[in-house]
Write a protein that binds this ligand. Structure first.
Ligand SMILES: NC(=O)c1ccc[n+]([C@@H]2O[C@H](COP(=O)([O-])OP(=O)(O)OC[C@H]3O[C@@H](n4cnc5c(N)ncnc54)[C@H](OP(=O)(O)O)[C@@H]3O)[C@@H](O)[C@H]2O)c1
Length: 309
């Protein structure tokens, strides 16, 4: 039997026995998780569930009552299952208004970690856009405001910093989903005081591992992984193949769990935000936050297995 398997088994047993806590960094590997895996936001030390929910297409359902009701069930299952971060943007059509409707229906759950973005080329319209987002969500402040895709980032980041001082937002950050922006992104991470960055990271798109994730870990910036399923393509591509035998060791019984455990087990990763329109899927996605997580060796095997399909 290869050493990696022995080591892994030893590792998992040690996890179960709780004997690794003294030697490992303050991270997901410290103990098994009876509740959803939580990560630390480095700038504050606050804990946050490692699985959130995106809202780009899934919550952009306009005024259709049946669709609004079905998405409300998704959000209800999300909070009941231990989720907190809801990520949106003024770019996502009716999503912010639909989120506001759903939050009202659900009585504004205390667990909500509301994350939206500023997205306008007009530097002087950032504030009015953020106020409009607050109105649409029905909230007086956001947990996180991000500059969407680095649009007019200099002016908007200044604004976000001043809103943070005023207490209208607790954390600020920047987002991208394009590898070609990684160099610019890194420069901003180096020069600006950021609590969070959001970037694309999944088992097939690992470009962030080169510089962005190590830098975020060193500087103490929380990381949100968008497009965890590459807009659903990864599930379509791998779904007809069996999971590898070793998936049992991390309690994976389906592909969404496997793909999400890969992401949230990265030591620099804070929250993955899969988007879904279905209650069964949100439950499946949240279930990735439970049970043992892969160690670095197993993560490499997970990526190699997917690359071989
Ligand atoms: N620059 C940026 O700031 C930026 C860029 C991209 C994305 N984002 C954020 O990241 C979020 C996530 O990215 P994304 O929406 O592009 O795609 P994604 O989360 O990678 O994939 C969403 C797709 O996966 C499917 N899915 C979800 N859970 C599933 C499950 N358990 N089983 C089978 N299918 C499942 C969904 O279909 P069903 O509805 O049928 O479940 C949907 O088609 C966005 O919604 C947005 O909030 C931000």
């Amino acid at each position: 039997m290869p050493n990696s398997y022995l080591n892994r088994r030893h590792f998992i047993h040690a996890l179960a026995a709780g004997t690794f806590t003294a030697t490992l960094p303050h991270s997901l590997f410290a103990k098994p998780h009876p509740s959803i895996l939580k990560k630390i936001i480095p700038s504050s030390g606050e804990e946050i569930p490692a699985l959130g929910i995106g809202s780009w297409i899934n919550f952009n359902v306009g005024r259709d009552p049946a669709l609004r009701q079905s998405r409300t069930k998704v959000l209800k299952a999300f909070f009941e299952g231990g989720g907190a971060m809801v990520d949106s943007s003024p770019m996502y059509g009716s999503s912010e208004e639909v989120i506001g409707h759903m939050l009202k229906e659900l009585g504004y759950p205390k667990k909500l970690f509301g994350a939206t973005k500023v997205w306008t080329n007009f530097e002087d319209q950032g504030l009015s856009q953020i106020k409009q987002s607050m109105k649409l969500w029905g909230v007086k402040k956001f947990e996180l405001l991000q500059v969407h895709n680095l649009v007019a980032w200099q002016a908007h980041l200044k604004l976000l910093q001043s809103l943070k001082k005023e207490g209208l937002v607790r954390y600020i950050g920047i987002t991208t989903s394009h590898g070609r922006r990684h160099d610019d992104f890194l420069e901003i991470m180096k020069s600006e005081p950021l609590d969070f960055v959001q970037l694309t990271y999944n088992i097939e798109n690992r470009a962030a591992e080169k510089k962005l994730l190590p830098f975020a870990k060193d500087k103490g910036i929380a990381v949100i992984a968008n497009r965890p399923f590459s807009r659903g393509h990864l599930i379509d591509r791998y779904g007809s193949h069996p999971l590898p035998g070793f998936a049992k060791e991390i309690h994976c019984t389906n592909w969404p769990q496997f793909l999400l455990k890969f992401i949230i087990s990265h030591p620099a990763l804070t929250v993955a935000i899969p988007a879904t329109s279905q209650v069964e899927h949100v439950k499946e996605n949240l279930s990735a936050g439970f049970g043992p997580m892969p160690d670095m060796k197993m993560r490499a095997e997970m990526a190699a297995y997917c690359a071989s399909l």
